[in-house]
Write a protein that binds this ligand. Structure first.
Ligand code: GLP
Length: 261
């Protein structure tokens, strides 16, 4: 696992956007797995700015969703499909047909999960999956004690995650759905490159457990330790709990340029 410590959220966004742009220059129809939440927004803005400036052609990029609420009506502004359309697909000028995601309003949720797994496989797998991290160490919506081999399925949110996400529902936890569809940890681990982004002191403990703690279902993000190409990009605040921070800094500073992320 590589840990890259950057000064702030803006620098993190620029670094990850440049990594995505570099991938699209090599593979214009790359499948980019995107995450919701506040943390990745600087990435999407920086990537859209690069596209607008002609630094990268994103017109053939494909986008796929990590997770989705269950039970919100289709088109609800806080459904993750709506969020990704608003924050990624539209700013990049992509046709909605290039955007894959699970149907959280389906009658048959199990079938919707299986369908989404099939679509990801048929698309050739995810080239780069961007991940945020919950304060409880979740990735996607894989809450603590999710199977490390799990596939896309229905999950029940913890109260802590519903409280964290209440800000998107007018501050009212009762409006936050209990159930979600999420790519499983086993599904996420199949992406060719995982990039976990965390900023702010509120993520410091989860980041420390992910990077330096034991591999444990109690900290779902620790599953990244099993991945051959996992990059953790953190700002100084999110890195503040890392014992090996100085080593990670010097390793990045002395890294051969050709290696990139
Ligand atoms: C939600 C999403 C996660 C995201 C997390 C953190 O739970 N399902 O994918 O990583 O929020 O969000 P934020 O970046 O806003 O802290």
């Amino acid at each position: 696992m590589e840990v890259v410590i950057v000064p702030d959220a803006g620098a993190a966004g620029e670094l990850v956007a440049e990594t995505m742009a570099d991938l699209l220059r090599r593979k214009p129809d790359a499948l980019l797995g995107v995450a919701t939440g506040s943390t990745p927004l600087p990435v999407y803005r920086a990537l859209a700015a690069k596209a607008a400036a002609g630094a990268v052609d994103t017109s053939r990029a494909r986008i796929c969703q990590l997770d989705e609420y269950v039970g919100l009506p289709a088109g609800h502004p806080e459904s993750y499909r709506s969020v990704i359309l608003r924050e990624v697909v539209e700013p990049l000028g992509l046709d909605e047909a290039r955007f894959l995601g699970p149907d959280g309003s389906a009658e048959d949720i199990r079938a919707a999960c299986e369908k989404y797994e099939g679509e990801l496989a048929a698309a050739g797998g995810v080239d780069l999956q961007l991940l945020g991290i919950g304060t409880d160490g979740h990735i996607g919506f894989n809450e603590p004690c999710s199977s490390l081999a799990s596939r896309t399925r229905l999950k029940t949110l913890t109260r802590q995650t519903r409280a964290d996400n209440a800000r998107f529902f007018g501050g009212d936890i009762d409006q936050v759905p209990h159930h979600v569809i999420t790519q499983g940890i086993g599904t996420i681990l199949e992406a060719r490159h995982l990039v976990l982004l965390a900023t702010g002191e509120g993520k410091a403990e989860a980041v420390a457990q992910t990077v330096e703690g034991p591999l444990s279902a109690l900290v779902p993000a620790s599953a990244l330790q099993m991945h051959p190409h996992a990059t953790v990009v953190v700002d100084e605040a999110a890195a503040s709990g890392l014992k090996l921070a100085d080593y990670f800094r010097s390793a990045y500073e002395t890294k051969p340029h050709w290696q990139k992320l």
